[in-house]
Design a protein around this ligand. Structure first.
Ligand SMILES: Nc1ncnc2c1ncn2[C@@H]1O[C@H](COP(=O)(O)OP(=O)(O)O)[C@@H](O)[C@H]1O
Ligand SMILES: [Mg+2]
Length: 318
C-alpha cells in the first residue's frame, strides 16, 4: 500500500515526532525505524527515550542510550533523557552558574521542587526534548503508552494554570508553542485487534481535545497480515473447512483459516481506523517470530520505505 508523498513527508519532514500507542504495539520499533529512514535520507536524527530505567533502544542498537546522545549510524543518534540530568541542565540554563546548580542539587532542593510542582519531572524532561530539537533536523520521541503520553504532554497546560510567571511558566509556554508548530506531530501505533484500535481512536480524540493544536496526521497499523488469498481461494478454503478432513490435511486447513482470520482482522482494523479518524494509515507487516529486535527494526524500515515510496539505500546503516 503506497502512501502519498505528502503522507510520508509528514513522518520524515517533522522536527519533533512523538510516537505513542498502547503498550507492546511496537512504539519503540517504529520510532527506531522512522529514525533510521530519516537518517538514511540525510537528516540528522535523534531517537529519544524518556527517563527509561531499562532503555529498549539498547536491544535495538546494541548501545545503551545515555543522557548525552550517542551516534549509532551515519546521521543517527540515540539518547535516554534521564530526568535528574535534565533537571541539572534546566537549572543551569536558568541560574547560569554551574556551581550554584551543583549546590542546589546537593541541598535537597530537588525533592522540595518535586513535591511543590505537579508534573515537574515531565516538564523538565520535555524541556530537554525542546533543547535537543535545536541541534537536530528530526527528534523522534519514544513516548509512554497512550494515556500516559497525553497526560505527560498535558503538563504544559497544568503548569500554565499554576504559574503566571517565572521559569516554569516560560518552559510551559515554550512547550505549548512547540505543540503549535506545524512540524511537531504525534504518531499513534495500532495493531489489528479490536481493543487496540479502540484505544487508538480514543487516544487520537484525547489528543485533539487536550493537546490541540498538536497534530496526529497519520496512524501506523503494525503487525498487519497482508491479504494473500484471492476471492476464489477464500471460497475454496471455506468449502474445504466445512467438509471432512483429518490429520495433516486438517492442520493445513486450520492454518489457512487462521491466516484468513488475520487478514480479515487487518482489513477490519484498517477500515475502522480510516473511517473513524479520517487519517492515512501506514501499514507495516507482521514479521516472523523469533526475529531479533534489530532485524525487526530493519525490516520495518524497509517496509516503511516501500510504503512511502522513499528512494533510500538502507545498506550500511545501523
Ligand atoms: N511488525 C512486527 N512484527 C513482529 N514483531 C514485532 C513487530 N513490531 C515489533 N515487534 C516486536 O514486538 C516487541 C514489542 O515491540 P516494541 O517496539 O518494544 O513495542 P512497544 O515499544 O510498544 O512496547 C519487540 O520484541 C519487537 O521486536
Ligand atoms: Mg517501548
Amino acid at each position: 500500500m503506497v502512501l502519498s508523498a505528502a503522507d510520508s513527508a509528514v513522518l520524515f519532514r517533522s522536527r519533533v515526532l512523538f510516537v505513542s500507542g498502547k503498550g507492546g504495539t511496537g512504539k519503540t520499533s517504529v520510532a527506531a525505524a522512522i529514525g533510521r529512514l530519516a537518517a538514511a535520507q540525510g537528516r540528522r536524527t535523534l531517537v529519544l527515550e524518556l527517563d527509561n530505567q531499562r532503555p529498549s533502544l539498547t536491544g535495538i542498537f546494541g548501545v545503551r542510550p545515555t543522557y548525552a546522545p550517542t551516534e549509532v549510524a551515519k546521521n543517527l543518534f540515540i539518547s535516554n533523557v534521564e530526568w535528574v540530568d535534565a533537571l541539572g541542565d534546566w537549572l543551569e540554563a536558568i541560574v547560569n552558574l554551574p556551581r550554584v546548580v551543583r549546590l542546589i542539587m546537593r541541598n535537597h532542593i530537588v525533592s522540595v521542587f518535586l513535591q511543590a510542582t505537579p508534573g515537574a519531572r515531565d516538564l523538565v524532561v520535555l524541556w530537554r526534548v525542546m533543547a535537543l530539537a535545536r541541534s537536530y533536523d528530526l527528534v523522534v520521541v519514544d513516548m509512554p503508552a497512550s494515556g500516559n503520553a497525553v497526560a505527560m504532554l498535558s503538563v504544559a497546560h497544568t503548569a500554565r494554570r499554576l504559574f503566571e510567571q517565572g521559569p516554569i511558566r516560560r518552559c510551559a509556554d515554550d512547550l505549548v508553542n512547540l505543540y503549535h508548530q506545524a512540524d511537531t506531530r504525534m504518531v499513534l501505533v495500532s495493531l489489528p485487534e479490536e481493543m487496540v484500535v479502540n484505544e487508538t481512536v480514543e487516544t487520537a480524540r484525547r489528543v485533539g481535545a487536550d493537546l490541540a493544536p498538536l497534530r496526529v496526521p497519520i496512524v501506523v497499523l503494525n503487525r498487519a497480515t497482508m491479504p494473500s488469498l484471492s476471492t476464489e481461494e477464500s471460497a475454496l478454503l471455506t468449502a474445504l473447512l466445512a467438509g471432512p478432513s483429518a490429520g495433516l490435511a486438517r492442520e493445513v486447513l486450520e492454518a489457512g483459516r487462521w491466516e484468513a482470520e488475520l487478514e480479515t482482522a487487518t482489513k477490519e482494523s484498517l477500515d475502522r481506523l480510516r473511517a473513524e479518524l479520517k487519517l492515512p494509515v501506514l501499514v507495516l507487516p507482521v514479521l516472523a517470530r523469533g526475529e531479533g529486535a534489530l532485524r525487526v527494526v530493519g525490516q520495518l524500515t524497509s517496509a516503511m520505505a516501500r510504503a512511502s515510496s522513499v528512494p533510500v539505500d538502507l545498506r550500511g546503516g545501523a
